[in-house]
Design a protein around this ligand. Structure first.
Ligand code: MG
Length: 296
């Protein structure tokens, strides 16, 4: 299944939809048409995963062709609206370690973003006045499907609900100047997510996933997810050893080489730029850069 949270017209709210070859089908309408009450009222993917494996199985058993797809243009919310955690992995590809002119960390490097960082597909990354070095990091995002605590690596993929794409947007000057990365990594709009979550039954194996990031159509990042230094099962084991992962929580698995910071003469993101992060079999996440608006 390919799961999207589409914005409800005229509101900040969203409703869960299934992406089909013909468009996006409302899960509410599908649930009503089929009489499956446990699938009613789902705003996003974490709401589905929070209802448990039975709800996921019930949805995947339905035929989306029973309902007409949404007519007209759709607006994308992040497929998970308010995850309890967004945990990010730093320096998880050797070529990115090298371009960052640093050495491979002795331990897995983790940092956090906040739900206030999230924006959906075709959303705006706000270029804040606080930075002159706005950078992109295309990454595979793991979406947790079942509560995970103390999980062993060999069991870890069983706790994954699906996969999506995240852009780990970074203010490089703030990241470099400040010992903690809160401002460098977690300003508003610094985590575009989506467009859809592909559930584990439909997703290709991680080793077959491939990340490409394009800025204004120019290829900047191009690497296989098989090159992660610490693979996803070990990341989940490491994190869940001390932190309970809840359905809908996000793990950003690190970026490959090709960020602006790694260039000899970095070309950072500027107003009007468009960033696209693609993972074949998962989707393409597009974001637009605009100067942050004044406080309202
Ligand atoms: Mg990153």
């Amino acid at each position: 299944m390919r799961l999207a949270a589409l914005l409800a017209p005229g509101s900040e709210g969203s409703r869960l939809h299934l992406e089909t070859n013909d468009g996006y089908v409302s899960v509410d309408e599908l649930a009503a048409a089929s009489g499956v009450t446990q699938l009613r009222g789902l705003a996003d993917v974490s709401a589905l995963f929070s209802r448990g494996d039975e709800a996921v199985a019930a949805l995947s058993a339905l035929d989306p062709l029973e309902v007409a797809p949404v007519a007209g243009p759709v607006g994308f919310a992040p497929p998970v609206r308010r995850p309890s955690k967004i945990i990010c992995v730093g320096l998880n590809y050797a070529a990115h370690v090298e371009e960052s002119r640093t050495s491979r960390p002795e331990r897995i490097l983790l940092f956090s973003k906040y739900p206030s960082c999230l924006v959906g597909h075709e959303g705006t990354i706000e270029l804040p006045a606080a930075t002159r070095e706005l950078d992109y990091e295309g990454e595979l995002a793991v979406v947790i499907g079942r509560r995970a605590k103390g999980v062993q690596a060999e069991d870890a993929l069983g706790f994954v609900g699906g996969f999506t794409i995240i852009n780990d947007v970074t203010a490089r000057d703030l990241q470099e100047a400040e010992p903690q990365w809160v401002r460098g990594k977690a300003l508003d709009t610094f985590a575009p997510l989506g467009p859809v979550v592909v559930d584990t039954a439909s997703a290709p194996p991680i080793r077959d996933m491939h990340i490409r990031t394009l800025v204004n159509g120019e290829l900047r990042q191009d690497a296989s997810c098989a090159l992660m230094i610490t693979p996803v099962p070990e990341l989940i084991a490491y994190i869940s050893a001390g932190i309970t992962l809840e359905p809908g929580d996000i793990i950003a698995t690190g970026t490959p080489a090709g960020v602006a910071f790694g260039m000899e003469h970095p070309v950072y993101l500027a107003e009007g730029d468009t960033v696209a992060v693609e993972i074949a079999g998962v989707g393409t996440l597009v974001s637009h850069i605009a100067t942050a608006r004044a406080q309202r």
